[in-house]
Design a protein around this ligand. Structure first.
Ligand SMILES: C[S@@+](CC[C@H](N)C(=O)[O-])C[C@H]1O[C@@H](n2cnc3c(N)ncnc32)[C@H](O)[C@@H]1O
Length: 217
């Protein structure tokens, strides 16, 4: 096994994180014991960041002790791996608009104290402005205004702070080609961010691209 990023491991092609909540699975993932430690398999078909890692992500701004604003947390599949990585000293502010997903996310927060659930619409950052500055804004919302949401939420980042962003082209326009949609989304994001990496994650999620961003000003 080797550590490919802080708190992220690779073993025989599988991506793993060390389980912060020992003995518990979050979404049916495999638990693996190695040298007395317990790891959780990070399924790239269930998490776009997991897919981006498998497809060659180079920059991983999520680290131990980090403070993350996560937009579109759903039931907490990817959030749970970020919770493993940032550990007990870190914080993940998990924003989700759908009450039914929030109900399951709340169960996760009962045992993972580093996840702070926020029932809010990510189009209105004023609803959760008390979060303050974070190291990374992560966005995976299925919403046609994906890019504008990421631009609005740049207020939580300092200059050169990182953004991680999953583009779902079919959520934005089903008629245009994914490449055309990616181009338009990237242009809109360039108002606030520099694009550091572009990773096509088609292998795991049809017509999706994952971006690593850095805030301009
Ligand atoms: C693709 S799912 C997220 C999956 C999750 N990121 C993961 O990897 O585990 C997209 C989520 O975005 C949420 N969403 C859509 N519009 C939103 C908005 N305006 N504000 C917050 N969440 C939103 C949806 O309810 C849904 O749960």
């Amino acid at each position: 096994m080797r550590e490919i990023f802080e708190g992220v491991y690779e073993l025989k092609g599988r991506i793993l994180t060390k389980n912060l909540d020992k003995g518990k699975k979050v979404y049916g993932e495999k638990l693996i014991r190695i040298d007395g430690e317990e790891y959780r398999n990070w399924d790239p078909t269930r998490s776009k960041l997991g897919a981006a890692i498998k497809c060659g992500l180079k920059t991983m701004p999520i680290k131990k002790g980090g403070k993350i604003l996560y937009l579109g947390a759903a039931t907490g599949t990817t959030v749970s791996h970020l919770s493993d990585i940032v550990g007990k000293e870190g914080e993940i502010y998990a924003v989700e608009v759908a009450p039914h997903s929030m109900k399951r996310l709340l169960q996760l927060c009962e045992t993972r104290e580093n996840i702070i659930p926020i029932l809010a619409d990510a189009r209105n950052p004023a609803e959760y402005q008390e979060v303050g500055k974070v190291d990374v804004v992560y966005e995976d919302v299925s919403h046609p205004e994906q890019a504008s949401i990421m631009n609005k939420n740049s207020v939580f980042l300092e200059k050169k702070g990182y953004g991680l962003f999953a583009i779902k082209s079919q959520c934005i326009d089903v008629i245009k080609s994914p490449l055309q949609v990616f181009k338009e989304v990237e242009k809109e994001l360039s108002e606030k961010y520099k694009i550091k990496e572009k990773i096509d994650i088609d292998r795991y999620e049809k017509a999706h691209r994952f971006l690593v961003l850095r805030k301009k000003e």
